[in-house]
Design a protein around this ligand. Structure first.
Ligand SMILES: [Zn+2]
Length: 359
């Protein structure tokens, strides 16, 4: 299997900016030429990735599994917005590119032996422009100076990290300030002792709910707030993030992504509302290859999507809501979760603020 494994001498990674292993570079250059520059829509680089599969992968490497990253429509949607003319054009070009893959596989007699999964790593929301959430500025008053004169709080995307070590009082003070800001949505902190969905700071969810509890996580994780308002193109889903459009909040519009599959092992003309996540794709691919997913894998085999799997309607799905609130009741945060055969998925979070905190 050559899935993202650049150490396989005959296979490897062909990306528009790098090729691994280096030995693959000459072969890729002979088959593909140099990668085209980035454009908007970025169809030339997407076509380069498709050619890398069709001309070096399919002809020379014969991989069992190919992971192909098409970097548009992401870039175009970020800068032009969801439903914008160029973003729709980008989507149509990706669709045509996938059609080209299928046509080539069909012409070589490979299509009916190939399962194709098309997914995205996130959904998309319309952002608040320049007036959105400015997390670094909100947190800055709480920063202290380190010995070298730099500030001791680092803010990166929604993560807040205190470089000078654990400081429960300051973490609580930052959270309390953020809970009062309407542009702030869900707030997550380290898991409370004894488990459960609440974090160490009252009125926050545990990192575990967002699967963010790992050795390199920060002290606080913040999501911009969201609503279901429509943008000028009529597409629902807005967040208070800055910029034109993007993703990364716990809004359902950001969390829910695309998954379309077709192939000899995949159920035909079926629509499934059984929750899945990208973490389920690797175990499903292993299952299709006749291999047992390792117990360390967090995902599940999407059996209900497969022809020999259980009927979609027969899979039990439980919906669970975990709600936490500040002691004064001014900020209430709910995590909407789905459970399927022992696996839990975060569907979205929801924040309610009392106009006047209850005392
Ligand atoms: Zn993006």
């Amino acid at each position: 299997m050559y899935l993202l494994n650049h150490t396989i001498a005959t296979g490897g990674i062909i990306h528009s900016e790098y090729i691994r292993p280096a030995a693959l570079e000459a072969r890729a250059a002979a088959a593909l030429g140099p990668p085209p520059p980035h454009q908007m829509p970025n169809d030339p680089q997407n076509q380069y990735a498709i050619d890398a599969f069709l001309k070096t992968g399919l002809d020379q490497v014969h991989p069992d599994v190919t992971f192909m990253w098409l970097n548009d429509p992401d870039g175009t949607a970020h800068s032009k917005g969801i439903g914008a003319e160029l973003t729709l054009k980008s989507l149509a070009l990706v669709d045509a590119g996938i059609g080209r893959i299928e046509d080539t596989l069909r012409a070589r007699g490979l299509l009916d032996r190939t399962n194709i999964f098309v997914t995205s790593d996130h959904g998309f929301s319309t952002h608040s422009g320049a007036n959105g959430l400015k997390l670094a500025a909100l947190v800055d008053p709480f920063a202290k100076s380190m010995a070298d004169g730099t500030k001791d709080i680092v803010v990166s995307e929604g993560a807040i990290y205190l470089r000078s070590g654990a400081d429960t009082a300051r973490v609580s003070a930052i959270v309390a300030a953020l809970q009062k800001r309407p542009e702030v949505g869900a707030i997550f902190t380290r898991p409370r002792a004894g488990g459960g969905g609440e974090g160490t700071v009252p009125g926050t969810l545990s990192f575990d709910v967002a699967r963010w509890n790992h050795p390199r996580s920060g002290d606080i994780l913040v999501s911009a707030n969201w609503n279901s308002d429509k943008n000028t193109a009529g597409v629902a889903g807005k967040t208070t993030d800055t910029g034109v459009a993007g993703h990364g909040t716990s809004s359902p519009y950001d969390i829910h992504n695309t998954l379309i599959a077709a192939g000899p092992d995949v159920r035909e003309h079926a629509v499934s509302d059984v929750p899945t996540a990208n973490v389920d794709i690797a175990p499903t691919l292993l299952h299709l290859l006749g291999m047992t997913p390792a117990p360390t894998m967090t995902g599940r085999v999407m059996n209900e999507a497969l022809r020999d799997g259980p009927a979609i309607a027969s899979v039990p799905v439980a919906h669970v809501v975990t709600t936490v609130r500040t002691p004064d009741g001014g900020y209430e945060l709910s995590a909407h979760l789905s459970r399927v055969v022992g696996h839990t998925y975060l569907d979205f979070t929801e924040v309610k603020r009392a106009a006047t905190p209850v005392r």
